[in-house]
Design a protein around this ligand. Structure first.
Ligand code: GTP
Ligand code: MG
Length: 197
């Protein structure tokens, strides 16, 4: 699938303020700085569409982007940013949980994981929670340009082993680099298949 046009629609601070449209939504979640906003820009080939930053905690709202007038990409704030105050962390947690649990348009949640790191408790617990709540999700490894192909394969295999301790059947897994545009076709084809199913 190719994207012809993509545009920013709205930022919302609560799931109840998100636009009503009935179109499928694909949302991006993961730790702060993992590369959620960059991935949206890479998929749409629009560099400044979602705001990115080398400092964690850039995305603070639920951002809707309309693609080809038929489906949405949704950029969410990251979780686990320790330097935020307790109150602000709690508000973000509520925003994310509200969207993930109650947004009926959400068709698939992409959980982003930095391919350089070993499985982290916060990500594993988050995916556990998704499973408990029957939230459909897929895993996207990011920043694959930062390590070589052999190490990448090892890291992904190790991650799968860890996931198998909790899951018999694993979710779809993608490996991407926004820098090198890796994994773009695979992700867009997956979205296309889900849209048509
Ligand atoms: P928050 O909104 O703060 O939660 O962060 P985010 O997950 O949206 O991350 P963002 O896309 O803003 O990227 C964070 C940093 O990682 C930026 O400096 C990006 O340039 C960098 N980055 C993102 N994706 C990649 C990638 O595939 N490769 C490399 N080398 N850097 C990346
Ligand atoms: Mg962001």
């Amino acid at each position: 699938m190719e994207i012809k046009n993509a545009r920013f629609v709205i930022s919302s601070s609560h799931v109840k303020d998100c636009p009503s449209h009935g179109l499928p939504e694909y949302a991006f979640i993961g730790r702060s700085n993992v590369g959620k906003s960059s991935l949206i820009n890479m998929l749409t080939c629009k560099k400044g569409l979602a705001m990115t930053s080398s400092t964690p905690g850039k995305t603070m709202l639920i951002n809707h982007f309309l693609v080809d007038d038929s489906w949405y990409l949704v950029d969410l704030p990251g979780y686990g940013y320790a330097r935020r105050g307790k109150e602000s962390r709690e508000a973000l947690r509520e925003m994310i949980e509200g969207y993930v649990l109650y947004r009926k348009e959400m068709t698939c949640l992409f959980v982003l994981l930095d391919c350089r790191h070993k499985p982290q408790k916060i990500d594993l617990e988050f995916m556990e929670w998704l499973g408990e709540n029957s939230v459909p999700f897929a895993i996207v490894f990011t920043k694959t340009d930062k390590i070589g192909p052999v190490v990448l394969k090892e890291h992904i295999e190790y991650y799968k082993q860890v996931l198998h301790e909790s899951w018999e059947e694993l979710p779809p897994i993608f490996a991407t680099s926004s820098e090198k545009r890796r994994g773009r076709e695979e992700l867009l084809d997956y979205i296309d298949r889900v849209n048509k199913s």
